[in-house]
Design a protein around this ligand. Sequence first.
Ligand code: ZN
Length: 234
Amino acid sequence: MKISVKLTANAGVIVKIGDKVVLSDALHKTYVPRFSSVPSSIIESVENGTMCGSADVFLISHYHEDHFDSDLVKKYLSIHKSFCIAPFEFTDLAYCPKNERGSLTENGIRINYYQTLHAGKYSSDRHFVYKISYNGFSAVFMNDSAIRENDFSFVTEDGRPDVIFATFPWITLNTGKNLLNRFEIGDIIIYHLPFLEDDIISFNYAAERAFQKYSGKGNIHILNKPGQEIELFK
Ligand SMILES: [Zn+2]
């Protein structure tokens, strides 16, 4: 089964798993200093209904504007029949679970959600990590989770995912590296980086250096270019 991952911007990705399409934090349009926002070509494709066809599942981790734009997501959902899940209410077209964790199956894709602490000063903002499974393949999206030693036993508790999507501090901080190594996941996708032209604090340089030095388990792929696409096979 062919798996491909395409960056929209920041921690926004379009994941194709065989015949299924999953969006994760894929649509945000407000420029946030230090990070990247979705290119205008993708925003136009949302407006005219041609963006990647209808995703089966649209995952939203939290409401911060470098992950989510209410108008853009509502526009997408008004055109497509995607199942959308978010940890906050913003439209009747999306589902907001009340529990801290749970699972459901929509359009053939199993979705597990886990409420985790957001990194830094935003710990009171409700935030979800998702694990999705389809046809023997699974992936976990860590989103903006605070990287803490004892919070992530769920990542491998019901089977090891094939792919983990992790923000760049997962490879620049020792706690993150140790956890990634312990998870033993085959492919590690590092995201939530600015495009090079927006990179005023050299986050890409830090990520690249950490990538060169990483000696733990798993193949690291860095997503930081507009429209960047990688293929993984299972
Ligand atoms: Zn955030």
